[in-house]
Design a protein around this ligand. Structure first.
Ligand SMILES: Nc1nc2c(ncn2[C@@H]2O[C@H](COP(=O)(O)OP(=O)(O)OP(=O)(O)O)[C@@H](O)[C@H]2O)c(=O)[nH]1
Length: 294
């Protein structure tokens, strides 16, 4: 999918012109445009807390609900396996033919991986953000239901955005077990983490006081941000920016594999990438067919 947007404010700017790509990362990125530094971030949390909305807000400055309202599109209901799909605001690039696999008539999905080149403190950084399906508390309220795909993402990532909704106490209660789960996967070393209490626009429905978020974040060694993906870009931007800086500090100028002792793990497979490839093959085969019938 291709989206267009402005460069972000503050010290982090999208590189090049105002337009940027929002597409799954190619399996083999072009060598001549890969910055030295890579920051890999995964966004985790319970169902319906706004993980996808936060990522979309950060990358496009828009709220996913705007697009649904504008087009009359209705998102499918959240299924129990949390593989929900949402359309995102998209400005259609006139250069992309409608049959192209990169046309924005595609879905952003929980589990998608996004890539963006940014400049931080004068240096180009490849920022990769992994959206994930939701996690859920087990009946004993201590363990987690967590898909294997999420475990791979946790292993792969350098930094963690733990999201709950301030209107949903049970989503808050998943955070501690979620952090312990990350700790089990990364038993040693520093874990750059931020805690985001989303939906701060819904103050009247608040179930989690800000002080509790603050205390929990401190106990995890991170910082607490209250944000609204619906109403405020700046808060969301500040949260992601802070985590990027923490990751760069933790990596100590390395290239992203340092914390894992040089072990190389392939990035998690993006379902979007699979889908794009499938569509691309479809387009190619239909072109071949029509060429041979002429
Ligand atoms: N009022 C309000 N609604 C929000 C906010 N962020 C997200 N939402 C809404 O909350 C719902 C869930 O948002 P998503 O981004 O799909 O949440 P998610 O955590 O990715 O959901 P899962 O796919 O279930 O894991 C959608 O209807 C959003 O429009 C927010 O800041 N304020």
């Amino acid at each position: 999918m291709r989206l267009s947007g402005d460069s972000a404010p503050g010290s982090m700017n999208s590189s090049g012109s105002g337009n940027f790509l929002l597409v799954p990362i190619p399996e083999y990125p072009l060598l001549d445009c890969v910055p030295n530094k890579t920051v890999k971030i995964v966004v985790l949390g319970a169902s319906n807390v706004g993980k996808t909305a936060l990522i979309v807000r950060f990358l496009t400055k828009r709220f996913i609900g705007d697009y649904e309202a504008n087009t009359g599109e209705v998102s499918p209901p959240h299924s129990s396996d949390c593989l929900c799909h949402q359309r995102v605001p998209a400005t259609i690039d006139p250069l992309i033919p409608s049959h192209s696999p990169f046309h924005p008539d595609l879905f952003v999905s929980a589990g998608a991986l996004y890539s963006r080149k940014v400049t931080m403190d004068g240096e180009e950084v490849s920022l990769q953000i992994q959206d994930t399906p939701c996690v859920a508390l087990q009946d004993d309220a201590e363990g987690l239901y967590c898909q294997e795909q999420i475990n791979r993402s946790i292993y792969w990532a350098d930094g963690y955005v733990l999201v709950f909704s301030i209107t949903d106490n049970s989503s808050y209660r998943t955070i501690q077990p979620l952090y312990q789960h990350i700790r089990r996967i990364h038993p040693s070393g520093n874990i750059p983490v931020i805690l985001v209490g989303n939906k701060s626009d819904l103050l009247r429905a608040r179930q989690v006081p800000a002080e509790e978020g603050d205390t929990l974040a401190t106990s995890l060694g991170g910082v607490y941000f209250e944000a609204s993906a619906r109403e405020n870009h700046e808060g969301v931007h500040a949260a992601f920016l802070h985590l990027c800086q923490e990751v760069i500090r933790a990596l100590g100028g390395g290239n992203g594999e340092k914390r894992k002792g040089g072990l190389h793990l392939a990035r998690p497979k993006s379902p979007n990438m699979q889908e794009l490839k499938r569509r691309f093959r479809q387009v190619l085969s239909s072109k071949v067919k029509s060429a041979t019938t002429i």
